[in-house]
Design a protein around this ligand. Structure first.
Ligand code: AVI
Length: 324
């Protein structure tokens, strides 16, 4: 099948992740230096993101969890039982059980590129839901994934919580939504559903605080990328000479994370020399925020028709049910 039996991470003879190296070297050569946000998530980065989700200022996780808790009856009614739930990314400890309790699915299929995470979270869920077939697939869900034969005949529900779609530019987000459709399959009479979390536009001060918390955990999450480059790519980047910035870009309706150089500097990565002037930045993440209309437009562009929409009591976050 398309997704099985291939190495998901390609390494050179020194054990260096080739895609990481080429993204970093290409990104540091750009006029506006930029490194794709996926590289924030090594083990340390994933742990720091976990820590972020419980910060006072970081509302998205709590707001989405509140919606999933409050709407169980509606999910059950609109989605029905006996579907196979296909989660894009390994299940989080809190959100996935809420959905599985609500709709009593026939199977649960988590897809993740990290086999370790996948095995851990699958084992935890299997324990929590005895009798539920848990069928993890190690795959890059940005591309079409072949699902296990056991779920072929079942109706499908895709689950993509967390507003992770917001970390992609529109072109990539649309490609992903289309890949999800292809992965979930279905026919004219038996269309798959998608339950997706999308964060909402709000007061700029609230947004900037969510991405620049008082304890500095988000700053550490961002700076960890530089530590990772130094460790894995023989870098000499002076970590302490960078400050974390979270900036609202109104034209693109997104929070941008940057690392700003405090002084002029020269450094090396993989034996290549780079220099930065004081005030220059490396752009490390986008987190797009949606209006109800822009969320609908993105879903429609990706081949999904919104059917229902829920928000938390403070209108900070939305969960949308869409049909292929
Ligand atoms: C994973 N993703 C949805 C988070 C977000 O809010 O965009 C990543 C994050 N970056 C900084 N804080 C959290």
């Amino acid at each position: 099948t398309a997704n099985q039996g291939i190495a998901l991470v390609e390494r050179d003879e020194d054990g260096v992740d080739k895609a990481f190296r080429s993204d970093v070297l290409a990104g540091l050569q750009q006029t506006q230096k930029a490194i794709p946000a996926r590289w924030l998530y090594d083990d340390a980065g994933s742990q720091l993101f976990e820590d972020i989700t419980s910060l006072e200022e970081y509302y998205p996780t709590r707001a989405e969890t509140q919606i999933l808790e409050a709407r169980k009856d509606e999910f059950r009614r609109l989605i029905g039982a006996d579907r196979a739930v296909v989660e894009f990314g390994s299940g989080s400890s809190v959100k996935t059980p809420l959905l599985l309790e609500a709709i009593a699915p026939a199977a649960y299929v988590p897809l993740d590129i990290s086999g370790d995470f996948l095995r851990q979270s699958s084992a935890a869920l299997a324990k929590k839901f005895p009798g539920l077939p848990v069928l993890p697939v190690e795959a890059d869900f940005m591309k079409q994934v072949t699902l296990p034969a056991e779920v072929e005949e079942m109706r499908k529900l895709g689950f993509f919580p967390g507003s992770t779609i917001g970390n992609m530019v529109a072109r990539t987000a649309v490609d992903l939504l289309r890949s999800m459709r292809a992965t979930l399959g279905g026919t004219e009479g038996e269309r798959p559903l998608l339950l997706i979390g999308m964060d909402l536009v709000k007061d700029v001060a609230v947004l900037e605080a969510a991405y620049d918390d008082a304890r500095g955990v988000t700053a550490e999450f961002n700076l960890n990328l530089v530590r990772r480059i130094n460790r894995e790519l023989d870098g000499t980047i002076p970590v302490d000479d960078f400050v974390h910035r979270a900036i609202w870009n109104d034209d693109f309706s997104r929070i941008e994370m940057h690392l700003e150089a405090k002084c002029d500097m020269d450094f090396e990565v993989c034996e290549q020399r780079f220099s930065m002037a004081a005030g220059e930045t490396i752009h490390t993440e986008n987190s797009h925020k949606f209006s109800p209309r822009s969320a609908n437009l993105l879903l429609l562009a990706g081949g999904w028709t919104p059917m229902a929409r829920w928000t938390d009591d403070k209108d900070r976050f939305s969960v949308i049910l869409a049909e292929a």
